[in-house]
Design a binder for this molecule. Sequence first.
Ligand code: FMN
Length: 165
Amino acid sequence: MSKEIFLTKYCLITSKTDLQGRIVYANADFLKYAGFSMNEILYKPHNIVRHSSMPKAVFKLLWEYMKEKKEIFAFVKNKSKNGDYYWVFANVTPSFDSSANKIIGYYSVRRQPNKKAVDIIENFYDKLLKIEDTEGINASLKTLNEFCKSQNKTYNELMFHLQES
Ligand SMILES: Cc1cc2nc3c(=O)[nH]c(=O)nc-3n(C[C@H](O)[C@H](O)[C@H](O)COP(=O)(O)O)c2cc1C
């Protein structure tokens, strides 16, 4: 049986990827919660910790934001090597070369998520998953955008608001 693991209050899980999303750095907290050794994850695609109950739309948005050179905030359910899972509140950013224009990789910092926000997000992600199964990813993205609009916030504003409230 898989069980939920909870991040401690001051823990920060960080990782860096190359342009293809392959892990080129992971800190000790990353290895601790994901349950992998550095050798097991280096140069592996970041979806090594992907949990099947994460909607595709969230990652599509993540990569769209990266390509547009913007940061993104997201609540993410990740899977450990042994099948356990842990929720994080992630901030993902592109890294630039000295011209400040060309993207050379990506960086993510994850912290303990707000429990109340996770309850809301978990329900919402279930709804998105069902939409993805029946109507596809574009319908799921549309639902995500409509949710933000109904709250009068951009996607990042809404995620940040949920984390802070
Ligand atoms: C810096 C960075 C950090 C990422 N962190 C995670 C993560 O913690 N969990 C995750 O499932 N995907 C993460 N991703 C997204 C993955 O690259 C991938 O898009 C996602 O797991 C979906 O994989 P799939 O499209 O192969 O299903 C991250 C991407 C980047 C660039």
